[in-house]
Design a protein around this ligand. Structure first.
Ligand code: GLC
Length: 438
């Protein structure tokens, strides 16, 4: 590798290439997170080893009987594709320390134990087959490694452990061709990037994969933020990672069938929030011990995919954001929310008006046309002053997939829009009372 840069120079250099490296990611919007490991086999959440204080020797027994069926990653990728997702991130090694690949530095892996197969290889092949970008989740924490906790106070243990983490990630980014995302997690017990030697390691990772995108969990800000279990916009690139049920990332082995999973509409709402605020949604599935996709994820994800086939223009691609912030420039109304690519404003109507009519305030420019996005059926409209009125629409929501109808308002160019203020007569601080006359 060429000579190591200072933190300042490294951050300058990665910032310069960021637009190029992130171009696909910024348009992709929707990815699949897969939490799979020995914890799936145990079925009590991926933190069980700590939460139940399971001794290493006892936990290791799971590795003997862990036996995902061949081709399981292909099922994950097929579902991701069907759901309209554009990339996948797999827990190549979670905090439990079990590697899902043929690691030379970590013999506690899926080739030496359990299935005796390289699950990471199967995952990479499946992503390529379905044309999905490839991400590796890689925990910094390791509950199985003897130096994993000693590194907090023992300098030699720290050196050994950071070398080990370095070597694991080098294997992942060397042996599987082009990899698109490196997704670090939990930098504990050390509390600084210096402790983790992240500056050196990440430079090395970028030398191996010049186009790679790295998340912000190695105690360096890197390429994107990772709000977890909440959809909070940041003033940088961000990706919300969300469980499928608000409960657990790893598979839960329930005695009775429980279904806490989000439905299609809930997922579409999350996508709207992300799309309108400059973020991505990384939605998790926790496959069953045999690797099959959790049954209660299949239907909602298939519906989301069907919905995206019809309404994808409101989600993917270059969406317009407010100057200086990460939120959509245009407003909607109390029944809907908006995304926009600049020329078209997409109203995601959650609550369909029984009257088949509604107004949207703040638009000083008249649209050229208004239509249902899913089939381009024109919608009658009138433009009065700063207000667009939609008329004679069906009395029931036309979207049968998830009850989220998208209406596209197409303009000649970016319309003039004034944010609503407290008074309808004083829109955007301007006296528009006169504009609103019939
Ligand atoms: C948390 C948890 C972990 C999960 C991750 C996903 O940090 O430790 O179990 O993998 O979030 O973002």
């Amino acid at each position: 590798m060429s000579k190591l840069l200072s933190k300042y120079d490294y951050e300058q250099q990665t910032a310069q290439s960021r637009d190029r490296r992130m171009a696909w990611w910024r348009e992709a919007r929707f990815g699949m997170f897969v939490h799979f490991g020995l914890y799936s086999h145990y079925g009590h959440n991926e933190w069980a080893m700590v939460q139940e204080n399971i001794p290493v020797k006892e936990y290791e027994k799971l590795a003997q009987s862990f036996n995902p069926k061949p081709g399981a990653p292909r099922e994950w990728a097929a579902l991701a594709k069907k759901a309209g997702m554009k990339y996948m991130v797999l827990t190549s090694r979670h905090h439990e320390g079990f590697s899902l690949w043929d690691s030379k530095v970590n013999p506690y892996n899926s080739v030496n134990y359990g299935p005796k197969r390289d699950i990471v290889r199967e995952f990479v092949d499946a992503c390529r087959e379905f044309d999905l970008k490839i991400g590796f989740y890689s925990s910094l924490m390791d509950w199985h490694h003897p130096d994993g906790w000693r590194c907090a106070f023992d300098v030699e243990a720290r050196k050994r452990f950071t070398d080990y983490i370095h070597a694991l990630n080098t294997e992942l980014l060397t042996n599987y061709g082009k990899i698109d995302i490196l997704w670090y997690d939990v930098s504990a017990p050390m509390e600084s990037w210096e402790g983790w030697d992240s500056l050196t390691r990440n430079q090395h990772m970028r030398a191996l994969q010049p186009d790679i995108i790295i998340n912000d969990r190695s105690r360096l800000p890197e390429d994107f933020g990772t709000p977890e279990e909440h959809l909070t916009a940041a003033d940088r690139d961000w990706e919300a990672c969300m469980t499928f049920n608000g409960l657990s990332w790893g598979y839960l082995d329930a005695a009775q069938a429980v279904n806490y999973s989000y439905n299609a509409q809930h997922i579409i709402r999350m996508l709207q929030t992300c799309s309108s605020k400059g973020g991505n949604l990384l939605l998790n599935i926790g496959p069953a011990p045999d690797g099959s996709v959790p049954a209660d994820a299949v239907e909602p994800l298939s519906q989301v995919g069907k919905w995206l086939q019809e309404n994808g223009d409101a989600v993917y691609g270059k969406l317009l954001k407010n100057e200086g912030s990460n939120t959509c420039w245009f407003g909607a109304n109390g029944l809907s929310k908006a995304t926009s690519d600049g020329k078209s404003v997409y109203l995601w109507v959650w609550v369909w008006p029984e009257s088949g009519e509604m107004g949207i305030g703040g638009y000083m420019t008249a649209p050229k046309s208004v239509r249902f996005l899913k089939d381009n059926t024109p919608i009658e409209f009138e433009h009065r002053g700063h207000r667009i009125l939609l008329k004679n629409m069906p009395k029931k929501s036309p979207d049968e997939t998830a009850d989220v109808t998208v209406i596209a308002m197409d303009f000649e160019e970016k319309p003039e829009y004034l944010f609503a203020s407290y008074y309808p007569q004083l829109h955007g601080g301007r006296d528009v009372a006169g504009d609103n006359k019939i």
